[in-house]
Design a protein around this ligand. Structure first.
Ligand SMILES: [Zn+2]
Length: 250
């Protein structure tokens, strides 16, 4: 299996947040490709950013998919209440991102695929996740309708086991990060242009479909929220963008 390479977008902007995107081969652009299906996915919640996410999704009426993790959900009463903001909002779909998130030890985690499966089962049971939509902790790996892309070789067996268990495993085409030490950042309108560009270039796992990775905790940052609001406004008012939940991914 090939190793995923990430490219850091190096264009600098005065405000905003930098991104990484999956590198793949360029292909020809045609006039039939103007519609861009966009999937906002937000990992590792709930967090202090959750309330904002719930509100802005409702404001714009834009569907999203979240990937909370059980150990964050069951941290305390407050985190359980935040999680319920997601489960009660019909615009928000909940996917499975494991209970432990590998506790940060990814290579060791993926050396025991059965335990990975048990970790996803535990998350489904404790967080009442009924969808069969999954994302591996720390790995940009895909298993969708028989198509596959593997990030690092160590997660191959775990991804295959989840797929055999009926899960659609989603990686991401582009990530909008919020690292405070970054010197290369993009804003909301710039992000819209980049999403459109990689869609037109068919530079995604499925042409015409762009899965964007966000992190729940980023939304605690007021500047990030400001830029995300611009992004959502653009998604809402540009008819070439069609936002959807991952359950509608082809
Ligand atoms: Zn994660």
């Amino acid at each position: 299996m090939k190793t995923t390479v990430f490219l850091l977008i190096t264009a600098a902007f005065s405000t905003g947040f930098f991104i990484t995107r999956h590198a793949s081969q360029k292909s020809k652009v045609t006039k039939h490709d103007s519609i861009c299906h966009v999937y906002i996915t937000i990992d590792d919640g709930p967090s202090s950013g959750t309330t904002f996410i719930n509100e802005i999704v409702t404001t714009y009426g834009i569907p999203i998919t979240v990937f909370p993790i059980g150990k964050n959900v069951y941290k305390n009463d407050s985190s359980i209440n935040l999680f319920h903001l997601y489960t009660k909002n019909p615009l928000i779909e909940t996917g499975n991102h494991s209970f432990t998130h590998a506790n940060g030890h990814y290579h060791q985690y993926y050396s025991h695929p059965e335990d990975v499966m048990n970790d996803f089962d535990l998350n489904a049971d404790t967080c009442y996740i009924t969808s069969k939509i999954a994302r591996l902790p720390g790995r940009n790996t895909w298993r969708i309708n028989g198509r596959k892309r593997t990030d690092l070789a160590d997660d191959t067996a775990s991804a295959d086991l989840l797929a055999a268990g009926g899960y659609a495993v989603f990686g991401w085409d582009i990530e909008w990060r919020c690292d405070s030490n970054s010197t290369t950042r993009v804003g909301g309108n710039d992000m819209l242009q980049i999403v459109r560009k990689i869609s037109l270039q068919k530079n995604t796992f499925t042409p015409g479909n762009v899965v964007i990775l966000f992190h729940d905790s980023c939304f605690a940052d007021s500047l990030y929220r400001l830029q995300f609001n611009l992004f959502m406004k653009g998604l809402k008012h540009d008819e070439n963008f069609v936002p959807g939940k991952l359950s509608s991914y082809p």
